[in-house]
Ligand binder design. Structure first.
Ligand code: SAM
Ligand code: SF4
Length: 455
């Protein structure tokens, strides 16, 4: 029996939201000035920003978010792709195409060989980081499914980091994931509002709010120190979700001394065979952009992940308000990188651009596409990572690593035009490395890559 958690204080969230409604421009500007110290802001301040509607102040919020992202992370944008290993599921989440009662869905769990083929297909596109995802069906996708998949992919490909997004597990299972070399463990609470959670998850293991919200605690206890959180935007009032998610982060800080490595911002999409006829709490683009910027300034040291649920032009716009990781070329059906099946998708994707196309756009926006996994290989994870990030030092590593992994990609996968554009970006990015020694070292390593050396 799992105990009812008390770290998401709904009464407090409602009271913060009530107080947050009354603010004046000066107060908002003071909050934004404080945010620029890159030490985060408190929940009262977040609540106030969540009510911003004034265009002038919103632009000041976006400027602050951009300033913080550039200062902490440099210009890099990390790229990855999801790899769906199964769409079989015993739950019935009303919003999801994989839900058990969706009889229209073509169900499929990939064999190990098929999983490796998918990973190879992504590797051929130039990917180095994958996110394994599937439905929740203990008979098909238990912990062994993941550890076998990780073993096989690490052995058969040059994929350097495998993150996993999966249903809650026991501490023992998380220890197995850790042993097999998991990168980040990701799980979305979907909604922090208990009543809504109950409606959206009527049956199955996922019906238990407390078992799900304590999943990350168990992952930490098992020694996984990079974790990712998220709320599915559109299920309930977004202002409540943002505060709920930040309370969740504060709980980790208090109990484990470290916040989450990433926050994802999934927004509800149409799903074939989903049971929701409309989005219960529609989140407009304007509000979505505000949410991303607020997360960036509230928890500056946490990566923010944007998926292909969002439209291409909008994704490009969001890069400037604090997104630090982005998926590209994604498919949401198991086996999707080998063959399409629109009756096996979890939800509809909005941005269908390929990885090279996405890289081109990132370059055009003045950012550096990164395939960096150096933090993990050099043990800058969890608390360690946060120390660097909080001291504002992480870009000292991110910028050179982004440059080097981008260069590898350009040499190994890019066509003539992307390579030319990329080389120009690299030259500019080198100039932005403040530390002379680090710049010289990076130039020497670029030379080695040119000669064929790989990390
Ligand atoms: N089955 C596991 C679980 O529920 O935690 C693994 C992740 S599930 C395949 C991936 C995530 O997709 C869910 O946590 C949910 O937030 C999101 N999702 C489900 N249906 C969606 C939809 N219609 N639009 C956008 N995101 C959706
Ligand atoms: Fe299954 Fe996850 Fe979809 Fe829920 S969100 S139906 S648990 S795959």
């Amino acid at each position: 029996m799992i105990e009812k958690v008390n770290f998401i204080k709904e009464d407090q969230i409602f009271s913060l939201l009530e107080k947050g409604k009354i603010t004046d421009k000066n107060e908002i500007r003071e909050i934004l000035a404080k945010a620029r110290d890159c030490r985060g802001i408190n929940l009262e301040e977040v609540a106030k920003l969540l009510y911003l509607e004034d265009e002038e102040l919103l632009n000041e919020l976006y400027d602050a978010a951009k300033y913080i992202k550039d200062r902490i992370y440099g210009k890099r944008v990390v790229l990855f792709a999801p790899l769906y290993t199964s769409n079989e599921c015993t739950n019935n989440c009303l919003y999801c195409g994989f839900r058990h009662d969706n009889k229209e869905l073509h169900r499929r769990t990939l064999s190990l060989e098929e999983i490796v083929n998918e990973a190879k297909a992504l590797e051929r596109q130039g990917h180095k980081r994958l996110l394994l995802i599937c439905g929740e069906d203990p008979r098909k996708t238990n912990v062994k499914h993941f550890t076998d998949a990780m073993d096989a992919i690490y052995k058969a490909t040059d994929i350097r980091r495998i993150n996993i997004e999966a249903a809650p597990m026991t501490v023992e299972d998380y220890k197995e994931l850790k042993k097999a070399g998991i990168g980040t463990y990701v799980i979305f609470q979907e909604t922090y509002h208990r009543e809504t959670y109950k409606i959206m998850h009527p049956v199955g293991m996922k019906a238990n709010y407390d078992w799900r919200i304590t999943a990350i605690d168990r992952a930490f206890e098992a020694g996984i120190d990079d974790v990712g959180v998220g709320a599915l935007l559109g299920l309930y009032n977004y202002r409540f979700e943002v505060l709920g998610l930040l309370m969740h982060c504060m709980h980790f800080e208090e109990k484990f001394g470290v916040g989450p490595h990433t926050i994802s911002v999934p927004r509800l999409r149409p799903a074939l065979g989903g049971a929701l006829k409309e989005v219960p709490y529609n989140v407009s683009d304007k509000d979505f952009k505000k949410i991303v910027a607020i997360f960036r300034i509230a928890v500056p040291y946490t990566g923010i992940i944007l998926s292909t649920r969002e439209r291409a032009e909008f994704r490009d716009e969001l890069l400037s308000v604090g997104i630090s990781q982005i998926s590209a070329g994604s498919k949401t059906n198991p086996g999707g990188y080998e063959e399409d099946d629109d009756h096996a998708d979890q939800f509809e994707i909005s941005d269908n651009r390929s990885l090279p196309k996405m890289m081109e756009t990132i370059c055009q926006k003045g950012y550096i596409p990164s395939f960096c996994t150096a933090c993990y290989r050099r043990c800058r994870t969890g608390e360690n990572f946060m120390e660097y990030a909080k001291a504002g030092d992480i870009h000292e590593f991110c910028q050179p690593n982004a440059i080097l992994t981008f260069k590898e990609n350009l040499m190994d996968y890019a066509d003539e035009s992307l390579r030319k554009m990329g080389e120009e970006i690299i030259l500019k990015a080198l100039e932005e490395i403040d530390d002379d020694k680090m710049r010289t070292l990076t130039i020497a390593k670029l030379d080695e890559i040119e000669k064929g050396k790989r990390d």
